[in-house]
Design a protein around this ligand. Structure first.
Ligand code: SF4
Length: 404
């Protein structure tokens, strides 16, 4: 429902939906838009043509498009800059609520839900945001990464870290030892997530079982953990459960076990294949075997779940490029993917301090430019064959844009 009004030479629109409240304030020279979850937290904004996305951890990414070149730009704000955006959102909401209460703005049929959420929004002063971020870090160990289609999931940390943690290009979980939570500990975690999200849960869709490799938990324990998820959430109305499965050197699940996971409403499994080339996987210290990855994907799909395959572009530089393209095409074609599946192309990010960066320098692997990486993705895509014409969704996965 959208309600329109005017005050102080500004046009106001208030959009209230079951998942969020959005305020849009326009004057002759600018328009500002702020979106809040129903707990009152800012989660998105648009100011002077720059869009902002705020994570629960308080980090804010700004994105804009350059007028002449149409290049996409991105910048993570410092905490001080982020607080300025939070303060601005709070001031706008307080100003509007004051106008409504003092009847200086005429808004017909204003639903009570608008006043309820606005009252929560104005409690989110900078100080309250700081406390909220501290609370977030009491509930979660830092969340390493999520697939782009899962940024709005309810994240549940059934495991901590990665059971492999050897891949040279990945530093998401280097700060922690892998462990699987007991049912008791996981129950407590789920309760604290629910209490933390509060009314903001309505903004979330799907449930993501993290960290990396939560599905590696032995079936009796995994079954218990998934039952806890069902106890606390209406899983179907949230759109099901999603999780990573990474590395294929350990004990794999059987088809009946995958079928049981499908019955427990695990909908999609995200697999970091990275490459179909075994030598490149060895170089990357990825504990994976392309043949086992094919078998696993077929079993998962046969069980009725969907898959999402992540391919790492630029890995191994020019030296491995041709083999990476050819073997990745072979493996992807063998997987018999269809329109329900996703292929993500994720560019290697060679940040300083990463083991891969050191390794590539020492091995004199000539890095690929961003354009060459994109072309590598296109070369893979061009050779993919989907026999029944049912093509998976193919998208970019930029880990630098991850926000939760
Ligand atoms: S298996 Fe996945 S999460 Fe674990 S270290 Fe490798 S890339 Fe990172």
């Amino acid at each position: 429902m959208v309600i329109f009004g005017k005050t102080d030479n500004k046009s106001i629109s208030i959009s209230i939906k079951p998942n969020c409240l959005t305020l849009s304030i326009s004057s002759t020279d600018d328009t500002q838009v702020f979106s809040f979850d129903h707990e009152g937290r800012l989660w998105a904004a648009m100011i002077n043509g720059v869009s902002y996305r705020r994570g629960l951890d308080g980090k804010i990414v700004a994105k804009w498009i350059l007028p002449k070149t149409h290049n996409h730009c991105r910048r993570w704000l410092s905490r001080t800059e982020g607080e300025a955006i939070e303060e601005r959102a709070n001031k706008i909401a307080s100003w509007l609520l004051q106008k409504i209460i003092s009847e200086q703005i005429q808004l017909s049929d204003l639903p009570q839900a608008v006043l309820d959420t606005l009252s929560r929004v104005i409690e989110f002063t900078v100080d309250r945001y700081r406390k909220d971020i501290n609370r977030y870090y009491e509930v979660y160990k830092p969340i390493g990464i999520l697939p782009p289609d899962q940024y709005m999931a309810v994240f549940l940390q059934a495991t901590e870290g990665c059971s492999f943690n050897t891949c040279t290009f990945c530093d998401f979980y280097k700060d922690r030892t892998f462990r699987i939570k007991s049912p008791d500990e996981f129950s407590r975690h789920v309760k604290s997530v629910l209490s933390y999200l509060g009314e903001g849960i309505s903004l979330r869709r799907t449930i993501f079982l993290g960290d990396a490799n939560a599905l590696i938990a032995p079936m009796p324990l995994l079954r218990e953990l998934l039952k806890i998820v069902h106890h606390f959430f209406d899983v179907s109305s949230l759109g099901g459960i999603y999780a990573f499965l990474d590395g294929f050197s350990g004990a794999l699940k059987s088809l009946p076990e995958y079928q049981e996971l499908a019955q427990l409403q695990v909908k999609r499994v995200y697999i970091g294949l990275e490459s179909g080339n075994a030598d490149l996987l060895k170089l990357l210290k990825k504990p994976s075997d392309p043949e086992k990855a094919i078998e696993t994907v077929r079993a998962i799909k046969m069980a009725g779940m969907f898959v999402d395959i992540i391919i790492l572009l630029g890995a191994g530089g020019h030296k491995y490029s041709m083999a990476h393209i050819e073997d990745t095409v072979k493996v992807l074609n063998e997987m018999k993917l269809n329109a329900d599946d996703i292929i993500y192309f994720s560019e290697l990010v060679e940040s300083e301090g990463l083991a891969y960066t050191r390794q590539a320098y020492q091995a004199q692997l000539k890095p690929m430019t961003p354009d060459e990486r994109i072309k590598q993705g296109e070369a893979i895509e061009y050779k993919l064959i989907f026999p029944d014409g049912s093509t998976p969704h193919i998208a970019r996965y930029d880990i630098r844009e991850f926000v939760y």
